[in-house]
Structures are given as structure tokens and as C-alpha cells.
Write a protein that binds this ligand. Sequence first.
Ligand SMILES: [Zn+2]
Ligand SMILES: [Zn+2]
Length: 376
Amino acid sequence: MERQKDWTNILFLSLTPIIGVFGTAAYALKFGVEWWQPVLFLVSYVLVGLSVTAGYHRLFAHKGYESHPLVQAFFLFFGAMALQNSVLKWASDHRTHHKYVDKDWDPYSIKRGGLSAHIFWLFYKDGRAAGKYDNVPDLLKNRLVMLQHRFSSWIGILFGLGLPTLVGAAFGHPVAGLLWGGFLRIVVIHHTTFFVNSIAHLYGNRPYTDENSARDNWMLAFVTNGEGFHNFHHKFPSDYRNGIRWFDWDPTKWLIRTLAGLGLARGLRATPRPVIERARLKMAALEVQSRLPDVPSEIREAVRIRMDRAGQFLERAVAHWNRAHEKKREWLEQRASSVRARTWKKNLRAHRGCVARAREEWRAALKILARAPETA
Ligand SMILES: [Zn+2]
Ligand SMILES: [Zn+2]
């Protein structure tokens, strides 16, 4: 079936880069750059960008946490300024992407090529019957989301271009405001968001799963407020974090934690540590297995023992973790019993110990392999 071209999108996505990049550059060459212009760009980039990542993506599309209606309203308002459709449509497309990743139904499947996943998929109307959003029943019930769905383009154009123009006017240069905080910001957020669909499905490593094309790419995380850890994200999509190590650049995760600290977000969903480690061990085991046939049999045996032990330690870690949380829940529900609190903390400590032991074992296995002589 011939897909229908979406001329509004084609024109909009072709003209905005010309105005945003070349227009801003030409203006800067002619009139110079004043300090407030890059600042306006950065502030609007952060406000709108985080509304897409913490709001559109991790809150509405994946339910990685719950948030106060005020926070939702903020994300819906500033997110609309990204001009990436309403949350309803965005989240529906995105849930389809996760469900059918790399398959025909994936709206931005990388199998149709990098450029298609990046932008060309937007040049066609989607085939779905108007108003058919059966994979977002929770959002259809959210009145704020439905309100935004009706007005998102208007909010995006009126406020997304109007507000920076007003800021520019306050400094005596409305056009500079429109270019830096409006068009340039729109283009940069468009393409950095699109990079997650293109680059993050092409370049980077796959520490958690090889079941799909998603990659962890720390460089991409810097320009996407933390969305570059896409391999982790596809393996554990409802985790409110994408970069899970403390030093991973994930400002979206830090924002969600801050909101939780302020009482504006709760129910942050984090995958248990041993479950994450189990995924990593599975990937490490695949690598080990591919190299085993090339080494002498006694080394093969030593490596196997280490890997098995790593798996056993992780199973024990999962058991300790489950018990810790069971005791914590009981302790919270029944308020009291220092015995339960002690058991909870003891199991939590034990689970950490088991994770550490598991890691030691599989690192040792990799080390043995690395030093092993190859059989002829
Ligand atoms: Zn993806
Ligand atoms: Zn996602």
C-alpha cells in the first residue's frame, strides 16, 4: 500500500533547520551575539528538552514514576513546545516502538535505514484510523493529557515561538529571541530526540541485551539529557533511570529524584540491582562462550566454574533482595518491629555482597580467558 505523504511535516521539518541554523547564523554574523541569546537558547533547551525526556518519555510513555498534576501540567505545556506531537500520539508511537522494536510495525524501525528512523518516518502519515489509540488507555483517561492533545500544536507554535520573542523584545531584539529560543532550540531538540531513534540503534555497545538493535552510547547521553543509554532502556523500559551508574550523565534521572525529594513525584520504578546484573552476566556469558572453543580444555573448565558460580551468587542476590523488600513492606505496613527492620537491612546487605561476589567471579573468568593461550 502506497503511504500518504505528510506535507505539513515535510515542510515544517525542512524549513525549521534552514531558519533555525542558517537564519540564526546569518543574524549573528550581521548583528553579533549578545550574552542573553545563548542563555535563552540553553534555558529553553533544558526546559523543553527535560519535559520531553522526563515527561513525554519516562512519565507518560513508560510510567516510570507518578507525579503531581502540577508537574504533569508543566511537562505537557513545555513538552508541546518541542513540536513533536501531543503526548498521546508521541507515547502511542513510542510504546509501539518498544513493543515491535526492529520489526515492521515499529514506526521508526532501524531496519528501514538510519535516515528513515531519524526523520523520514515523519514524512508519511501514519495509517492508523483517526483517534485510535488503543495502546495508551491510561493516557486517554488523563484529562490534562487530553486537553494537551487538542491544543498541543497551538501551544507549540504560540508559546514556543511567542515566549522567546517576548524575551528578545525585553532585550530590544525580538527577532534574535525568536531565532535563538524559538527556531534554533526547536531544531536542536528535534534532532537530538531523533538521534535516539537513529544513532542509539546503530552505534554503541550492548551490555544488557542483544535481543534488539538498541545501544548504550554515553556521548549521545550528553546531548539528550541522559537518553543515550538506550540498550539499558530497551531492556528495562519502565525504569525511571536510563544511565544507572552514579556517574552516568542522566539529568532526567536527577530531575525525577529531585521532584521525589520535593514530594512532587513518587513510586519511582527502579529495576532491582541483581536483576540488572543478571542481564549483564548473560551478555558476558555469550562473549565467553564464543571464545571457549579456542582455549585448552582445563582453562575452559576453570572459566566454566567461575561463570557458574557468578550465576549462583546472582540467584542468591535476587533471593536476598526479594526477602529484603518483603520485610520492608511488612515493616512499613505494620509500622514497627525492629526485628523486621533488622532482617530487611541484613538481607539488603547480603544482596549487595552476593552481587559483588558474582562480579568478582565473572571478572576472574574473563581474566583467565584473556590470558589463555590459544589452542592450535
Ligand atoms: Zn529505541
Ligand atoms: Zn522508551
